[in-house]
Design a protein around this ligand. Structure first.
Ligand code: BGC
Length: 762
């Protein structure tokens, strides 16, 4: 854990440069706009520790899988989100010596990310080895108003020294991934060109053949006098515009890079033309105007998604940081895109889609973005249905059964840890649950007939084939699975998996019955045979769900109580985190739970259980949980709040809210935990505010941490906007839309006319 970021409600501030923290800061200062993004790398050379990363949505590489002993069914490749063209780069040579921040004395340094504006600022005063002292101020943003553009300014004031400066402002596709399996470079050159005033660099990925095009116009001035470039240099995958300047004490040198960025993924035709046009367009606007439009786009977003906390500034900063990154990562405009656990902030997890999207991210986007955004997240899986069927076929399933991949970028499984890839089949359940969650929240019933039912049928076929009838138990069982708790593998009858599988079958049967118009044609899309229902109904009746009646708990799996029962509080802290201190073998045999498992099921299906059951399970499982997945604390905040356990809820909240800012798990340098950020939002809205959907209405049951004076947020619900403010005694509602809406506060139903306010005593 590291606490060097200053607390501020709207800013992420670093006041001092510490090389050891540089990779962490690079993650924290990442920028993005849903189409492109980059880590907070320096524009000028830095030969110290750094993870260079510029990423483009949808652009990936199938890196050859590395395994010791190949077995049938292993995924062929591991998908990698690609580090792509470095477009911020500046090479500065002062009196023949290259400026390298790592070799300078850094006298002053600060950078801050203004989350309200979506702009990254840096200010530093440095002295080079040759004794030249400079103050450098820079700003950058990835435009939210035109997501094919970005810009940066870099302003140098000479405080001491004189001489010449050779400056190259470049586009460099000669970049690598740190996590490449065989040290391979993933890009080939397509073209390096000059166009009107700018330069153009187009490269293609090996194997996948994606084109990435970057166009840049550089504007350079000395003391406000424009300087023209002297020439252009090209070498493999690299192009730069070069300038020669002279400087004295007091000289002001300003460089602005205007970028147009397109890929063949989003721009299949006229790539070069469209890229140079985007570049020209941001250049014509000027930096100030383009920034103004970008800031305005963020202001519009914040107006609908901000969460304001009074009385806890560090929690305030935490939640805004999370919301900011979620909206930078996914804009929901393109149903071929999804949310990687690291977004545009690092290479880990390959930029792929996990069950995180359905289980954790969907509720955030449903409430803070337009309905189409949530729908697109669902359509992403519908688009990949055929691949999910093929994936199941590879494992021996048939008749249109679908097993969605645990990790995917284009619908194919692309992960190579077998216990996760093959056995965490519970992900199929979350994908079906998301359909239910979306329809329940939005009321968009049309989704079921149009898309949802195809996915539900294919998933149900999978479950029907995956359960087997146990003669011994006279019940249907599911053997050899891994539940959400990855700290035990290949277990029998994981309660969560069995429960959600049965629920999928029930939901599918009900949804088939509920189809109205064109039922036959809809079912014909899946070659559905009514006879399939026989087995499904049999299974629904007779699923084995392990429980211990005496303890009053559901059993995480058949043998859970055979394990040595120790609680986390009785473990010497030197053993934690287990995943860094213990052998895998020891972890797998232990009772310790990585993340919510039984409790994940109770969270999803809360209405199926009474409070006593929820409490008994919470009190049994939470003390055995080490929360070593960033996805774990939020589920516990929600359940602890439901149970009125304020302290526990707040303890868990802190673990999720500032996970990255304070580097809780010592891994922020790899990138941010984007998908768990949605969990932080859920912790506040579903946890402390107790928001649910009941009886087609929003429902609130608040329980604020004692020291929070007030929390407020806006919620989009069925194309209406509701402002909610909660303090220790009251709940205030403002219906910001033009139609009336009804809301439950605990068991009281309140009707709000358009633009009407109300206050309810809690
Ligand atoms: C968690 C998984 C999750 C994955 C990606 C793992 O640590 O255990 O549940 O899907 O990270 O976030």
């Amino acid at each position: 854990m590291k606490k060097y970021i200053q607390i501020d409600p709207w800013k992420i501030i670093e006041n001092k440069f510490t090389p050891d923290n540089n990779k962490i800061s690079e993650s924290l200062f990442s920028l993005g706009n849903g189409k492109l993004g980059l880590r907070g790398n320096f524009a000028e050379k830095y030969s110290g520790e750094t993870l260079q990363g510029s990423y483009l949505a949808g652009i990936y590489y199938p890196d050859k899988t590395k395994v010791g002993w190949w077995k049938n069914g292993y995924p062929e490749y591991f998908a990698k989100v690609l580090n792509s063209c470095n477009w911020i780069g500046l090479n500065i040579i002062l009196n023949k010596s290259e400026l390298d921040l790592n070799n300078c004395v850094i006298k002053e340094f600060s950078r801050h990310l203004d989350m309200k504006e979506g702009v990254l600022y840096r200010n530093c005063t440095i002295t080079t080895k040759e004794g030249i002292t400079l103050n450098i101020k820079s700003e950058r943003f990835c435009s939210m108003s035109d997501d094919h553009t970005a810009a940066l300014t870099y302003e140098i004031e000479i405080l001491k020294g004189q001489g010449t400066m050779a400056l190259s402002a470049y586009l460099d596709s000669n970049v690598e991934n740190e996590d490449s399996n065989y040290d391979e470079k993933f890009w080939n050159e397509i073209s390096l060109k000059e166009f009107s005033k700018g330069i153009y660099n187009e490269a293609i990925t090996k194997k996948t053949g994606f084109h990435a095009a970057h166009a840049c116009i550089n504007e350079v001035s000395v003391n406000n006098e424009q300087v023209e470039s002297i020439n252009t240099t090209k070498s493999e995958k690299y192009i730069s515009q070069n300038y020669e300047l002279t400087f004295d004490k007091g000289s002001m040198i300003k460089i602005t890079k205007y970028l147009g960025i397109h890929t063949s993924f989003d721009t299949p035709n006229d790539l070069e033309l469209r890229t140079t046009e985007s570049c020209q367009s941001i250049f014509n606007k000027t930096f100030a105007k383009a920034k103004e439009e970008h800031v305005e786009a963020w202001a519009n977003k914040w107006n609908e998604c901000d969460v304001e906390i009074k009385g806890d500034e560090s929690a305030q900063q935490g939640i805004r940081f999370n919301i900011f990154h979620l909206h930078q990562t996914y804009s929901g405009k393109d149903s071929r895109l999804n949310i990687g656990p690291k977004g545009f902030t690092g290479e880990k997890y390959g930029g792929s889609t996990y069950w995180d999207t359905e289980a954790y991210c969907l509720p955030f986007y449903l409430s803070t973005a337009d309905q189409e955004v949530g729908r697109n997240l669902l359509i992403y899986r519908h688009n990949q249905l055929q691949k999910a069927i093929e994936n199941a076929e590879k494992l021996g399933f048939e008749n249109g059964a679908a097993l969605y991949p645990m990790v995917t970028i284009n619908g194919e499984e692309c992960h190579n840890e077998w216990e996760i890839t093959f056995e965490e089949i519970h992900r199929n359940g979350a994908i079906a649950y998301a359909i239910y969650d979306y329809i329940r929240y939005t009321g968009d019933e049309s989704y079921m007939a149009e898309y949802g039912i195809d996915v539900l049928i294919a998933i149900s076929r999978f479950w029907a084939q995956r359960f087997n009838y146990s003669e011994a138990k006279k019940l249907y069982v599911m053997l050899g699975v891994t539940g959400p708790n990855e700290y035990e593998n290949n277990v029998n009858n994981n309660w969560y998996t069995n429960y959600i599988a049965r629920w999928c079958l029930q939901y599918c049967v009900k949804s088939i019955e509920g189809l109205k118009d064109s039922k036959e044609e809809i079912l014909a899309r899946s070659n559905f045979d009514i006879k399939e229902l026989e087995l499904w109904n049999k299974i629904i009746e007779k699923v084995y769900l392990p429980e211990d009646k005496e303890l009053g708990i559901f059993l995480q799996q058949d043998n859970f109580l055979d394990k040595e029962q120790i609680l986390v509080k009785d473990l010497d802290p030197k053993h934690l985190p287990l995943n860094q201190k213990w052998s895998w073998d020891r972890i797998l045999r232990s009772v310790f739970i990585k993340q919510a498992d039984v409790l994940q099921g109770i969270y999803f299906f809360e209405e199926d259980f009474d409070m006593k059951v929820i409490e008994q399970n919470f009190d049994f499982y939470e003390p055995r949980t080490v929360h070593e997945s960033s996805l774990s604390p939020c589920v516990h905040v929600i359940l602890a709040s439901l149970l009125g356990r304020k302290e526990k809820a707040y303890e868990m909240y802190l673990r999720t809210s500032r996970l990255d800012i304070d580097d809780y798990n010592n891994d922020t340098e790899d990138g941010l935990h984007i998908t768990s950020m949605a969990g932080t939002w859920m912790s506040i809205v579903k946890g402390f505010a107790g928001m649910r959907v009941k009886d087609q209405c929003l429902f609130f049951n608040p329980l604020l941490p004692d020291h929070w004076k007030e929390v407020s947020f806006k919620i989009k619900y069925r194309r209406q906007l509701l402002k909610v403010k909660i303090d220790q005694n009251k709940l205030y509602l403002l219906n910001e839309s033009a139609q009336p809406m009804s809301v439950y506060i605990k068991d009281k139903k309140v009707k709000l006319l358009e633009h009407e306010k109300t206050t309810v005593q809690l």
